[in-house]
Design a protein around this ligand. Structure first.
Ligand code: 6PG
Length: 246
């Protein structure tokens, strides 16, 4: 199936989160109908928190028992740290739904060695997806956000992880934070069945315009996410879409 790109613009953040929750459930139900499970990698940061809360509030009866949750990236901190994406997902979603704990694959980011944590998480993916050495995991859905600098997951401009074409998960040193992040790489992102970006707010509008309509060399990190055989969906509120021409 050729890669397709869809951009949906919703009037307000609340409209966006409802539409994103509906898409999450649609993709999940389709995946469960297709292969009796739903594999999804969640985004971190602040934007998706409202989506996770909405899923917990309005979709408690979703088939969570056939859902397997992963994290597209994680900060190099323990799971109870204020910056932890796992902590945010646990507070907004996991603590409010009945999901088997063994279905949640947390990045072992408490490991003092970020590279070892990344390698361990990659092993988790290999085992879960029962991959041959040359295969890449194909998630049914990967949720992503985008920073105002065009980063996504923890693939930041000018960082080493942008070059990775064989590892699934790497520890990426991010200059601006003077810290490591643990992140999926492009091979994993671009093998997904569907990638859904969520972006809200006027501060994201200039970069949304660059990523969706700009000719940039080198491309911004978010611009390089194009599932080779999957669907790319951008969900924006009107403020974030304000600079788009089409
Ligand atoms: C993270 C995310 C990151 C996030 C963007 C946007 O760990 O922070 O994975 O890629 O999606 O930074 O963050 P906001 O949604 O907070 O603007």
């Amino acid at each position: 199936m050729p890669a397709t790109r869809t951009v949906e613009v919703l009037p307000t953040p609340a409209d966006l989160f409802h539409a994103a929750a509906d898409e999450f459930v649609r993709v999940g139900n389709a995946a469960i109908a297709r292969h009796d499970r739903f594999t999804v990698a969640l985004a971190g940061g602040s934007t998706p928190k409202s989506l996770y809360s909405l899923l917990a509030k309005e979709h408690a009866r979703f088939t969570w028992r056939k859902t397997f949750l992963f994290f597209g990236d994680e900060r190099h901190v323990p799971p109870d740290h204020p910056d932890s994406n796992y902590r945010m997902v646990n507070e907004s979603l996991l603590s409010k739904i009945s999901m088997p704990p063994k279905h949640v694959y947390r990045v072992p980011a408490e490991n003092r060695d970020a590279h070892a944590a990344a390698a361990e998480y990659e092993d988790d993916l290999r085992r879960f997806f029962q991959l041959k050495p040359s295969d890449f995991p194909r998630f049914d859905l990967i949720l992503l956000g985008m920073g105002t600098d065009g980063h996504t997951a923890s693939l930041f401009p000018n960082s080493q992880a942008l070059k990775e074409q064989s590892r699934f998960v790497v520890a990426n040193f991010v200059e601006k934070f003077n810290a490591y992040r643990i992140t999926f790489t492009y091979p994993v992102l671009n093998h997904a069945e569907e990638v859904m970006f969520l972006a809200i707010g006027a501060d994201k509008a200039p970069m949304v315009s660059q990523v969706l309509e700009g000719e940039n060399s080198p491309p911004y990190p978010a611009q390089r996410v194009r599932p080779a055989d999957g669907r790319l969906l951008w969900m924006l509120d009107e403020a974030a879409a304000d600079r788009l021409t089409s």
